[in-house]
Design a protein around this ligand. Sequence first.
Ligand SMILES: *Cc1c(COP(=O)(O)O)cnc(C)c1O
Length: 374
Amino acid sequence: MSGGVGDAPDFESLATKAIRGLRAYDPGHDLVAWRRRVGPGLIELGSNENPWGASPAARAAVLDSLHALHRYPDPLGGDLKRALAALHGVAVEQLLLGNGSHELLMQFAQVFAGEGDEVIASQYGFAVYAIAAQAAGAKLVQAPALPRTDAMARGHDLDALAAAITPRTKLVYLANPNNPTGTWFGMDALGAFLARVPRNVIVVVDEAYAEFNEDAGSALRYLATHPNLVVTRTFSKAYALAGLRIGFAVGDPRLIAVMERVRESFNVNLAGLAAAEAALGDGAHLQWGLARNAEERARLAEAFAARGWFVHPSRTNFLLVEFGARTSAIEHALLERGIVLRPMIGYGLPDCLRITVGDRDENRRLVAALDEMG
Ligand SMILES: *Cc1c(COP(=O)(O)O)cnc(C)c1O
């Protein structure tokens, strides 16, 4: 590398073996640059954010929290934990707060897996799991996903995931529903899977989209019988608080206590704590957003299917759509028109795009742009 001052060591070789060769999480397009270029008309459908916005109560709570901006936030997040405990029927000691659930997903591997260990995730599973395993020095084992022809096209194959467990397995990551496929599995299937997992293997069920999938139930029901299970949730999606970075995990108090050792003491910020607590108190706003999403998702899925594009089943706020050989050209042409989607090349799905469900107007403009392109 040139341009530095003085002789620099080879930082790549100074990094630990686990970090050498690790590639950072790919957040998609440079949205800040695109906002600058396109202006307020940019349609952002690449990051599964909630277009209907946060509860007004959460916004008010953020403003109210600002009087204490010069103070550190509550390192225990006590008020938020008590609200979460009441909502989910768990004990405060079962809760761990994260600066987004991404942070916690990384820390599970840091705490429970290392050199010589195996971490299992599904093919087409959320990209963070592979990074977490690799950063911890463990080996990622990918179980094949369900075939495209299955009703849950490319979703998790729980039998394949269970079969991948070996004496070296420390951790299994499942996403329900999964990102980027949008697919889900039911609670009977999860129960059967958990019965096959040795008790010293930790199962992380990532429920970032659980609110969109209430009918299918939550893995939370298995916590009492499976102390090796831990469930993660986020305020970034259904609660529309992605900008404040707040997520949490629910698990056995003894597992949570071990995880607490690597938690940075003030990892969840003042505004995030206040907003999340207020958002929990506004169930009506949550339900309103979920209803809007379900309605718009159905319209959008229908529009794509009517044009001959395969749409993966989804109980989330996004759709994985197969556009075939022209996928990359379509993606770039849309970007030129100020519409941002998420390419799936990194997931080994080059003929698919992941499309966040926008509001009515955004979805209309997306479909119109696709039609114009022919
Ligand atoms: C968005 C997402 C998360 C992480 O969200 P945070 O903003 O870090 O809480 C975790 N898992 C999946 C599957 C996601 O799609």
